[in-house]
Design a protein. Structure first.
Length: 131
């Protein structure tokens, strides 16, 4: 690489973990906002020694006739604050557990390049249809 301006370049091994959560409590409950999500995540980060900078992207979940807005929350091995793969994975799994409880989710998926883990509450609804 040949850079023509005076700058530093920091390189770390690439690793990314993402989690996916919907925007409704259970399937048919209250819809929570992006602002509520970012406030909760920001406090979660402040309360930890191993906090990581995150990216939050809006997405939509579609299954047959069910449609729900949701979010992808991602973390990379950011060279400014490098971490080991295991540290990033543990951080995101802990975040998933806290999001699952706080936002009353049925399940949250956490994915790495090799594995997908689904966190699911014991009493999770198995269908989005009204009872």
């Amino acid at each position: 690489f040949c850079y023509k301006i005076n700058m530093r370049v920091k390189i770390e091994d690439t690793f990314e973990v993402k989690l996916y959560l919907g925007s409704k409590e259970s399937y048919n409950g209250r819809e929570f906002s992006f602002e509520e999500l970012t406030k909760f995540i920001g406090q979660f980060q402040k309360d930890r020694d191993d906090a990581c900078p995150l990216r939050i992207t809006q997405c939509h979940f579609v299954f047959e006739d069910y449609l729900e807005q949701g979010w992808e929350v991602g973390v990379i091995n950011y060279p400014r604050f490098p971490k080991e793969e295991g540290e990033l994975w543990r951080f995101m799994c802990s975040l998933a557990e806290h999001l699952l409880e706080h936002f009353k989710q049925n399940r949250i998926s956490v994915i790495s390049p090799k594995h997908t883990h689904m966190f699911e509450v014991e009493e999770a609804k198995q269908t989005h249809e009204e009872e």
